[in-house]
Design a binder for this molecule. Structure first.
Ligand SMILES: [Zn+2]
Length: 60
């Protein structure tokens, strides 16, 4: 079993929104989106989509 949980991150050390390389996976990405409003906006939408999908599946 893969340890994949909620994301389908293709490359965790690259920002999926602007393609920039991150200092580190995870924490580096959090720092990155705090410094890049466009990426933070994209991340918010991405997260809402994930939440919406889960809510849709779980509510029925
Ligand atoms: Zn970015």
């Amino acid at each position: 079993m893969a340890a994949n949980t909620t994301t389908e991150w293709i490359d965790p050390i690259t920002c999926p929104f602007c393609g920039d390389e991150l200092a580190s996976p995870g924490a580096g990405f959090v720092d990155h989106i705090h410094e890049n409003a466009d990426c933070e906006d994209g991340f918010d939408h991405w997260r809402e989509n994930i939440a919406g999908d889960l809510a849709g599946e779980w509510s029925g």
